[in-house]
Unconditional design. Structure first.
Length: 118
């Protein structure tokens, strides 16, 4: 089954379970799709893929914002900013990966490979 059909089946399954579209198709997923990456929605990804995606998207945004809003005015070093941003990124990545892992189990979702199977 092709990616688009699986994505449609996943959307229908998540919708039927009462999951908001903004949760199963967040901006980070839309960005990855625009870049040509055909990843399943977060509910169907592994813990580590969700962790990595969340970390990669969140960490630089958080770091740059905090640098301009707070850290540069406080005279913090770039090393401090990188380490602090990385720690925050790990915390965010673990939190989001756990959320999707727990929700996938709670909602009793099919595996990505099994979606749309006739």
């Amino acid at each position: 089954m092709d990616y688009e059909r699986k994505l449609k089946a996943a959307s229908e399954e998540l919708n039927s379970k009462g999951v908001w579209k903004s949760n199963y198709n967040p901006p980070s997923a839309k960005l990855l799709q625009m870049l040509g990456l055909q990843q399943p929605p977060p509910y169907y990804r592994s813990f580590w893929v969700n962790f990595t995606n969340s970390f990669i998207v969140y960490t630089p945004i958080f770091g740059v914002l905090m640098w301009f809003i707070l850290w540069s005015a406080e005279g913090q070093s770039v090393t401090y900013a990188v380490i602090s941003s990385s720690i925050a990124g790990v915390a965010y990545g673990v939190t989001m990966a756990l959320y999707f892992f727990i929700q996938r189990r709670r909602l009793n979702l099919k595996k990505w490979e099994d979606l749309g199977g006739e």
